[in-house]
Design a protein around this ligand. Structure first.
Ligand SMILES: C[S@@+](CC[C@H](N)C(=O)[O-])C[C@H]1O[C@@H](n2cnc3c(N)ncnc32)[C@H](O)[C@@H]1O
Length: 294
């Protein structure tokens, strides 16, 4: 298994180096700081996949890209004391949060591991279920990654994960990005590059999973209004949240101060149209993907 300490800055090499750097140095710490709000924002989108994975008493469940461990803890509860939930993630800061949460909750059947799901030496046939909430779209080589993950499953074991559909289906991401693009450099999105939208194309994702050896691959769209910032009332707080988390935040970080300020004003204007008594609520859309090993 991968080593268990946080890599030194600049020490990232090999598979998924850029993602590992990002989730340890940039996005990971931002997700730790905003974890409660992010949890509230994305929780409704993870629930259908949690239901579809059908984790039951006694199961051993693998949670891929588990982040701060919210879903790993939920899975641990579903499988009871005779089962277990194991979260793997490349982000030391997010795993520190996950471990602290599990210890506070006294969740003795929940464990975490600093490991790249694409290359981790997971126990062969060690798991009955595989779950992920937005944690499987960052692999440099998704076929290799899912082949590795499938080997960790028992025969006929079930997998369920949730991933974003296209930018067009997700105005909560597209609209602020388009507003920012009037002031800062927004590169043309590469649809299949590792990142939040990498699995938006269901046909391509089906091919990846089938080549990795999964069968009965199914895609179910789930659309719901998203509470941006997880229920923040104040528009300015929500804009600040958006400058810290997500794809627009990554672009803003690289912008010159004046352009960044203008982009933030433009984002505020767009979000204000969706601001009401429950905060900023915008349409969002995901795929709930299910499959079976073998
Ligand atoms: C969008 S976050 C989702 C986190 C968590 N599942 C949640 O719903 O709160 C994506 C997570 O995937 C992790 N990740 C990215 N690439 C990974 C890889 N190759 N192996 C394991 N985890 C990875 C990141 O560190 C991050 O925690």
């Amino acid at each position: 298994m991968s080593n268990d300490s946080k890599p030194e800055a600049g020490e990232y090499a090999g598979a998924n180096a850029e993602q590992r750097r990002n989730w340890n140095e940039v996005s990971g710490p931002a997700w730790v700081a905003e974890n409660e709000r992010i949890g509230a924002q994305i929780r409704p989108f993870g629930l259908p996949a949690l239901a579809r994975v059908q984790a039951a008493a006694g199961h051993r469940v693998l949670d891929v890209g588990c982040g701060g461990g919210e879903t790993t803890l939920a899975l641990g509860e579903s499988v009871g004391t005779h089962g277990s939930a194991h979260g793997v993630d490349v982000s030391r800061p997010l795993l520190d949060l996950a471990e602290a949460r599990a210890s506070r909750a006294g969740a003795a059947n929940v464990t975490f591991e600093l490991a790249d799901a694409q290359t981790a030496a997971l126990p062969e046939g060690g798991f009955d279920r595989l779950f992920s909430r937005f944690g499987v779209m960052f692999f440099q080589d998704p076929v290799v990654a899912f082949t590795n993950l499938r080997r960790a499953l028992k025969r006929d074991a079930r997998m369920a994960f949730v991933c974003w559909r296209s930018l067009d289906d997700n105005p909560w991401m597209k609209a602020p990005m388009a507003a920012a693009a009037k002031h800062i450099d927004v590169p043309r999105p590469e649809p299949h590059a590792p990142g939040p939208m990498a699995f938006a194309d269901a046909q391509r994702t089906r091919g990846i999973l089938e080549r990795a050896g999964f069968r009965e691959v199914a895609f179910e769209p789930f659309d719901a209004p998203m509470n941006v910032g997880g229920g923040l009332d104040d528009l300015d707080d929500t804009v600040t949240f958006m400058t810290r988390i997500g794809p627009t935040a990554s672009l803003l970080r690289q912008a010159a101060p004046e352009a960044r300020a203008a982009a933030i004003t433009a984002i505020r204007e767009v979000l204000s149209a969706f601001h009401g008594p429950s905060g900023v609520v915008m349409p969002a859309s995901v795929w709930v993907v299910t499959a079976v090993n073998g």
